[in-house]
Design a protein around this ligand. Sequence first.
Ligand SMILES: *Cc1c(COP(=O)(O)O)cnc(C)c1O
Length: 301
Amino acid sequence: MLKMLASISLANLPTRIEKLERLSKELGKNIYIKRDDFTGCEISGNKVRKLEFSIKEGIDQGCDTFITCGGIQSNHARATAAVAARLGLRVILVLRSDEEPAMEGNYFVDKLLGADVRIITSEEYSEKRQKIMEEIKAESDAAGHKAYIIPEGASNGIGTFGYLKCMKEIEEQEKELGITFDTILSAVGSGGTYGGLFLGNKLFGLEKKVVGVNVCDDAEFFKNKVKNIVDESLEYLGEKLEFSKLGREEGIILDPVYTGKTMYGFYNEVKKGNLKDCKNILFIHTGGFFGLFPKQEEFKF
Ligand SMILES: *Cc1c(COP(=O)(O)O)cnc(C)c1O
């Protein structure tokens, strides 16, 4: 039996699994969707599952301040701000924006929730966000607090447990629904969601195909990133796992923000005649609702 790390309960779980009837018919496959966009309202999306573990670790270390980072429209930063507000913790968000940010979408919610937001440029973000967060931690600690730094997307060894646990949830729901998913499909942004699903699949011996669609960077970047995340998770468990196969065979599809891109990438792969052996597919809807509103102008009706 695999030991599961301690977590706090923040998300509404289990999230529903629904069949996408029309898409299933069109693609000639059984396509289901797992509604992780319904893990909550302001505390919604896939990041909440990860925060159940990250925030718990921080609280257990006696921390009262949580520092994290992301783009100006980061769902992860907004979820962290919401969790902190609910639990009465301090939160400092280091957000990337090269211009004065418009008060909309996730950033608006961050401000509503009373988060302390520090804006940095994209250059600072890519080159030294960790250093900047450490400086903020030092400043906060010197003022008598104790800060815990959550990396981008809570995608590290501890955060990834959220989706390892999700894989258990899926296994239980398969029994209830009387279906076995041969393929799990998810967006890959900072890698933790994919990492957790991948690891759960291995550790629970489920033998599913875990397909990730990367929404940025490239497959090579994510192979390394996910490997590092998974290695870090395994350290918590005191387990070892060989997975030279991670990558193409595990289905990181090259280059197709988030769920839209994922579905689009998946759809195109199927239309191209790929993924032939995938019959029962579960698409994880990772959320992202608030981030939609600032993009209104990109839609034509
Ligand atoms: C962060 C995010 C993802 C990507 O998940 P990672 O664990 O960062 O790879 C996918 N969808 C939405 C809506 C997100 O906010």
